[in-house]
Design a protein around this ligand. Structure first.
Ligand SMILES: [Zn+2]
Length: 161
């Protein structure tokens, strides 16, 4: 659909998404996204996630991916939960990449983690369904399970390799 996402390096991300170190970054750039199915915090499943902050420039693409996934699972909350997609692992988070010094796509509000317990960072591709990966790929997102070094199969980002 679109390959317009910035390259995943700090200068390109700032040029496209703005500088997350600025005090007004959140106010100027982030909007609320709401998933079409019920989500809960993966680390506190009693806590529902009705909306979360995401960057305005990729929020529509995220919405389209979510809508496509919702249709793939027949708009069934049960089927979504069977594959763990109700478990929200995080989106906007001002932090460096673990083990690196540069800012993560999460610091720009341009990445989301899904079903983290089933898809831990490391050496395996986890259990993210191929149809879910495809729904994000259609929007030009890059799946962490396709990273070349450390795999991060819970992770989808709107920045390209
Ligand atoms: Zn992530």
């Amino acid at each position: 659909m679109t390959n317009a996402w910035p390259h995943d390096d700090t200068d390109s991300l700032i040029a496209f998404y703005g500088d997350p170190r600025r005090d007004d970054f959140v106010e100027q750039n982030l909007v609320y996204a709401a998933p079409p199915w019920k989500m809960v915090l993966s680390w506190d499943t009693a806590h529902s996630v009705q909306r979360f902050l995401f960057h305005r420039r990729c929020k529509d693409a995220l919405d389209r991916a979510f809508t496509a996934i919702w249709k793939i699972y027949g708009e069934s909350q049960t089927r979504i939960e069977d594959v763990g997609l109700h478990l929200w692992g995080g989106a906007y988070n001002y932090r460096p990449i673990r083990g690196a010094h540069r800012l993560s796509c999460h610091a720009f509000g341009a990445a989301i983690d899904l079903a983290p317990d089933q898809n831990p960072m490391g050496h395996c591709k986890g259990h993210m369904p191929a149809a879910v990966v495809a729904a994000f790929n259609i929007e030009g997102a890059w799946w962490g399970g396709d990273f070349h070094t450390r795999l991060d199969p819970m992770h989808f980002q709107f920045a390209r390799e």
